[in-house]
Ligand binder design. Structure first.
Ligand SMILES: Nc1ncnc2c1ncn2[C@@H]1O[C@H](COP(=O)(O)OP(=O)(O)OP(=O)(O)O)[C@@H](O)[C@H]1O
Length: 262
């Protein structure tokens, strides 16, 4: 039986135990080692940011946690139990809001509740208010800006009270101003709901600003190169010396081998 805590979706530790993931290339006999051995413990309520150059396995980590793919070797456990598939206790948001174009905002948000025959008008209303979209409930996705669509995608995942929220570059397609606003919105939601968040981003400042911890990854084979707890006073000041020291340290790690624009 799940404990009350588990039912509420909080309090479960996420563990990667010697996890590797390899993919066979379809056009040759080669194998891509997307992840070498990853060992990782994420405590409930942590906000973990993942940064790293292209192809170092960031999305693979999220897809493994989501249960969309299985490890090649090793095990991923949530609350001590192996993750064997997708489930409503883990919600994922992608860079491009994947909304149903034929459904209104309200219907997109309540979709999974309706699938589970758990209609809850008040909850939907609360969620829409939380992201300031209550006046747009009857609009369709094509009528929304990128930021608004991403807010809908976010609350559509949050409505199941996931234990873990998985964010795959959720703000990557937004303009700088909207992006900064949404960083604060996501942080407010996280502070209110206290779920565990694992977010992939290419933006080092965003990783530090939002994360309680930053994982720096390295490619070929993908692995965690550094695991950096962010110990900055809230609210974090992007222009503070301490903030910039984290930024420079992480950028240096990313630049050592790969001169990219990350
Ligand atoms: N389904 C798949 N089939 C074959 N190879 C894959 C598959 N998924 C990922 N890979 C390979 O695994 C490696 C890691 O991919 P992943 O998408 O996790 O990287 P990433 O760090 O998220 O990259 P990016 O920042 O470019 O999104 C890459 O070399 C990629 O080509």
């Amino acid at each position: 039986m799940a404990s009350v805590d588990e039912k509420q979706g909080h309090g479960r530790v996420l563990e990667f135990d010697k996890v590797t993931k390899s993919f066979a290339k379809t056009d040759s006999n080669e194998i891509t080692h997307a992840l070498a051995e990853v060992n990782l413990t994420i405590q409930p309520g942590e906000f973990v940011s993942i940064v790293g150059t292209s192809g170092c396995g960031k999305s693979t980590i999220l897809r493994l946690i989501a249960g969309l793919i299985r490890p090649t070797t090793g095990e991923i456990r949530l609350g001590g139990k192996p993750i064997v598939g997708a489930g409503p206790d883990r919600g994922m948001v992608f860079q491009k809001a994947t909304l149903f174009p034929w459904l209104t905002v309200e219907k997109n948000v309540s979709f999974s509740l309706r699938m589970q025959k758990k209609q809850d008008k008040e909850l939907v209303e609360h969620m829409l208010k939380m992201v300031g979209l209550e006046d747009f409930r009857k609009d369709y996705p094509h009528q929304l800006s990128g930021g608004m669509a991403q807010r809908v995608a976010l609350v559509r995942s949050l409505i199941n009270h996931p234990d873990i929220l998985l964010l795959d570059e959720p703000l990557g397609a937004l303009d700088a101003f909207t992006r900064m606003n949404m960083q604060d919105e996501i942080l407010n939601i996280w502070r209110e709901q206290k779920q565990t968040v694992v977010m992939v981003t290419h933006d080092v400042e965003e990783a530090i600003y939002m994360g309680t911890r930053v994982l720096v990854m390295e490619p070929r084979p993908g692995r965690v190169k550094a695991d950096i707890p962010i110990e900055l006073a809230e609210p974090k000041q992007r222009d503070s010396e301490e903030f910039q020291a984290y930024r420079n340290r992480i950028l240096k790690m990313l630049d050592l081998k790969h001169h990219t624009d990350h």
